[in-house]
Design a protein around this ligand. Structure first.
Ligand code: 13P
Ligand code: ZN
Length: 274
């Protein structure tokens, strides 16, 4: 067996959580990541016959039976993952009946996966239907995105249009826009179902007064999505007290979309009907 501490997926989780912490996206235990792993690759590092513990998922995740994920632990701090991955991360396999997570590695202090597992697994199910290559669900609490949810109308066309209008790269990076949920109690199956419903159409979902969810094929894709939303929200919040002289118009957004060959949410713009 190869050394699990040198596995590329463990190193990726360490690097990503450290970056997110340094950007201020994950105070204390804020944020969580789940990353669906390739079984053949994990098999080089772990013996699949050794199940350390079985932890109930709290809902029916049968659609993911047999799938393996590396997941951040509940109550664990992103700033500590790099120093002690075996305590702060876990590798789980969803049981055949979908009701348990079989712990294959990690959560060394008796801990368990993030309290947001329902939102993660339900979002994986939704995104895999939209894009079979989706692998990652990421949640965090970036400052300006969060601040924006206090002062902006929380409706997805309005939020997306504002973010697209702040800076040129926005529509290029997330032409599919941003889904929005009202404030809800977190860590529940209910917010999981609501998030997954949005994930049918969006790779990004903002939770009002809480944070953001991103989905994608790679860490770079998901990180880049959240980073770009946060940058646009920062422009919005930094300029909010001033008399704004310009933002990118709907016609200019169309010109950008045409230049970059984007498939984008045309219904999020107010254009004269052709
Ligand atoms: P966990 O510590 O359970 O991952 O929760 C953090 C969080 O961000 C809740 O939304
Ligand atoms: Zn959170």
């Amino acid at each position: 067996m190869k050394n699990i501490f040198e596995a590329p997926f463990v190193r990726e989780m360490e690097r990503t959580t450290a970056n997110m912490y340094r950007l201020g996206w994950d105070e204390r235990n804020g944020g969580n990541i789940s990353y669906m792993l390739d079984e053949a690759l994990v098999g080089k590092y772990l013996d699949f016959n050794t199940v350390l513990r079985r932890i109930p998922t709290g809902f029916d995740a049968k659609e993911l039976a047999g799938k393996i994920f590396i997941v951040t632990g509940t109550g664990k701090y992103f700033k500590n993952v790099d120093d002690d991955p075996e305590t702060n991360l876990g590798i789980i396999r969803i049981s055949e009946n979908g009701l348990d997570a079989e712990l294959l590695w990690g959560y060394k202090d008796g801990g368990r996966f993030t309290s947001e597992l329902p939102s993660h697994l339900m979002s994986h199910i939704a995104r895999l239907k939209a894009d079979p290559k989706n692998r990652i669900i990421m949640h965090c609490h970036p400052d300006y995105t969060l601040a924006m949810t206090q002062v902006h109308e929380m409706e997805e066309k309005a939020v997306t249009r504002t973010l697209w209008g702040q800076m040129t790269e926005s529509i290029v990076v997330f032409p599919d826009g941003v889904g929005v949920l009202p404030w809800m109690v977190c860590g529940t199956n209910e917010i999981g179902r609501a998030t997954a419903e949005k994930m049918k159409d969006f790779r990004l979902v903002i939770w009002t007064l809480h944070g953001i969810y991103g989905a994608g094929r790679s860490m770079d894709e998901v990180f880049g999505l959240i980073e770009t939303v946060e940058k646009a929200a920062k422009q919005y919040m930094l300029t909010l007290p001033y008399d704004k002289k310009q933002c990118i118009s709907d016609e200019e957004l169309v010109a950008l979309a045409e230049q970059f060959g984007l498939t984008y949410r045309k219904d999020f713009l107010d254009l004269p009907q052709a």
